[in-house]
Structures are given as C-alpha cells and as structure tokens.
Design a protein around this ligand. Structure first.
Ligand SMILES: O=C(O)C(=O)C[C@]1(C(=O)O)C=C[C@@H](O)C=C1
Length: 362
C-alpha cells in the first residue's frame, strides 16, 4: 500500500496556510465593517456578494465543484458579516421550517436567527428593528405565489434585497404507521404540493392547515393519529419519524424566497439585476380596453423584460386589482426610470418593492 503520511503532511501544511488566509480575509471584512459603522453603510451587501461569487466561480479550474465553492464562500462571508455586526435574520418558523433552511443557506452559520409565526410578524420584526433582515417564501414552482407574502408589501416600505431558489422535498412525518394516520397537518402550500400523493395513500385523512411545515410537525408529534407534511430537517429536529419520503407531486418542486430589509441592493449591471413593483391601474382598468397592455408597453418598449405578473385583489373595493410584476434591470437604470415616469402618468400607484441580483448563485 502507498504511504498516506507524506500526503497528509502536505494537507496539514495547506490547512495551516488556509486558516491564515481565512483570518486575513476576515480581518479585511472587519476593516470594512469599521468603515461601514462610521458611514452608516449596509452590512449585508447582496450585489457585492454576488460579484464575489461570480469571480470565484469564474476563477475555478477544478476539481472543486462550483456548488462546493459557493457553500464555502457562504460561510466565509457569514463569518465576515458576524465580525462586522452580528446580524439577526427573521424567518417563518418555528425552527427547522423550509424557510429556516433557506435562511441558513443564504446567510450561513455565523448569524443569529429568529423564528416568527407569521409573514405579518416577520415584516413587523424588521420594521421595528428587532431583526435586520428576513427571509420569506414568495412563490413555488408547483403552487404559485404565497399570497400573504405578496399582500404584506402593500402596507410595508421594506424592500426586497435578494432572492434565492431552493428545491423543496416533502416527507410524511408521524409517530404512527401510514394505516393509522387520520389527520395530516401542514402549511396550505405544502399540502397542495403533495395533493395527489395524499389522495392516493391517505384518501380518508383530514387535511388541516398549519401556520408552517415545522409547526405541523410540532402538532403531529403530540396528537394520536396525526401526521405532518414537512422537510426531513423538521423530522430530525423534533425527533418524529419519517413515514414516507419525497411525497411532493413534482420532483423539481422549487420555492423562491425573498430576503427583505430596509435598503434594496445596489446595481450590478450587465443584465444581472431584477426589480419588483406593485402597480395599480385604478379606474383605468375598468373603464378602458387594453389598459393592461398600456401598463406593460413602457417597459417592453425599453427592452425591460417582464418575468412575472400576478394580480391580487386590492381589498379597497371589489374587483379592483394590484399587479405585482418582476422585471429585468435595476430601479436606478435610466430606461427603468423613464418607463416608471411614463407609468406614473396614468397609474395611481407605482410602488417600487426592491431591486436585487438576478439569479442568486448561493
Ligand atoms: O465587501 C463588503 O462590503 C464586505 O462586507 C465583505 C463581504 C465579504 O466577505 O466579501 C461580506 C459581507 C457583505 O455582504 C459583502 C462582502
């Protein structure tokens, strides 16, 4: 057998150098932190993180996978942020929810996390300064928008600062075997994502909505005949067995999360920014044909790409709608400013919800 020792000696030497380099990187982040504190700058800078990750990935010649590099850098930047200021990140809890997992994926292990029991509570926590940023689910590839999350932007001045996509796998979690399960708890979106599996395997079971997937596991843990639909992380965290894995109807079930804070991300440029807006057409919508087309034209004419449009009842009067749109580009881009000026001529409400890096690579 070949001798491992000389190779391990080389690894030990590289590790010593790595620790030294990591500490030197962190000391630079600390210096940046001092400048930010003196100038009241944002501690978390999504556009800079995105630029760092893109440079790192571009310089990678292998064999390390880009995904592994991104995970390593996530933790390096998390450690850096913690030295600049120990940020608190609110998420839809309780602990071990899919949003908790998404928050950890975005911000790493060095920050403080705070579970909240509703999207409204999350917005309030950031607004009152009890948390610096928050992570909320905004839409799912199988079930569409999280309506409560969209509606929260109507009243709030908080901004979308970043986004991330996370593949969501659901499990059936219970102390009971499948044949003894009579009630299944979960968040409405999660129940809907497993609708056919539940119909096939538990046609008699009562489906009951819970405020989150992890809350469902807490309930199921203490109730005879009850099960929860949630991620396996929650099963492990609350010590409740997994009865069936991968029960979502679509294998590529993905949820998009928004990171919200007080200040939107700065521009990256080069087609790598996105922005979200809330627009009301007011009486225009009811009185004129083609008003929706009129709303989209100022954007289309300037090459601003619309990637999503969603209407929600305004709740001001029946059949009055708000349009939530996601578009390419940053709020500060001159073509965007021109399009917005035009929109404001006939739309009673054009509210900027935030700008953020286009496809988050974290
Ligand atoms: O460049 C900055 O502003 C930093 O604070 C450094 C750093 C990094 O570690 O690279 C850390 C946190 C920010 O979110 C962005 C980048």
């Amino acid at each position: 057998m070949m001798d491992l020792e000389p190779i391990r000696t080389q690894i030990d030497e590289l590790d010593r150098q790595l620790v030294d380099i990591i500490n030197r990187r962190l000391m630079l982040a600390q210096k940046i932190g001092e400048i930010k504190r003196a100038t009241n700058g944002e501690i978390y800078v999504p556009e800079r993180e995105e630029a760092v990750l893109r440079k790192v990935v571009a310089s990678n010649t292998g064999p390390v996978k880009n995904e592994a590099l991104r995970a390593i850098y996530r933790e390096l930047m998390s450690a850096g942020i913690a030295l600049e200021k120990p940020l608190c990140i609110a998420y839809l809890g309780p602990e071990a929810s899919n949003t908790h997992a998404a928050a950890m994926k975005k911000f790493g292990a060095s920050l403080d996390y705070r579970a909240m029991d509703s999207v409204a509570g999350i917005f309030a926590a950031v607004e009152k300064g009890e948390a610096d940023y928050a992570v909320i689910p905004i839409e799912n590839s199988t079930e569409g928008s999280v309506r409560e999350a969209l509606d929260s932007f109507v009243q709030s001045d908080l901004k979308v600062v970043a986004q991330l996509y996370v593949e969501i796998n659901h499990a059936l979690i219970s102390n009971e075997p499948l044949e003894k399960i009579t009630t299944v708890y979960s968040k409405d979106q999660a129940l809907a994502q497993c609708r056919y599996w539940l119909q096939r395997h538990l046609p008699q079971a009562r489906l009951v909505e819970a405020s989150s997937t992890s809350r469902a596991v807490q309930i199921a843990a203490g109730e005879p005949g009850a099960a929860a639909v949630a991620g396996e992380l929650a099963a492990e965290f609350y010590g409740v067995p997994v009865v069936a894995r991968q029960i979502q109807d679509k294998t590529d079930n993905t949820t998009r999360f928004f990171i919200i804070g007080h200040k939107a991300a700065g521009p990256i440029g080069g087609g790598k920014d996105m922005s979200s807006f809330l627009i009301s057409l007011g009486d225009e919508a009811a009185s004129q044909s083609g008003s929706l087309l009129k709303m989209l034209m100022p954007l289309a004419e300037r090459g601003i790409n619309l990637s999503k449009i969603e209407s929600r009842p305004s709740k001001l009067r029946p059949w009055d709608y708000y349009f939530f749109i996601d578009v390419s580009g940053h709020y500060e881009d001159p073509p965007m400013q021109a399009a917005l000026a035009e929109l404001r001529e006939f739309c009673p409400l054009v509210k900027w919800l935030g700008s953020y890096p286009a496809v988050s690579s974290t």
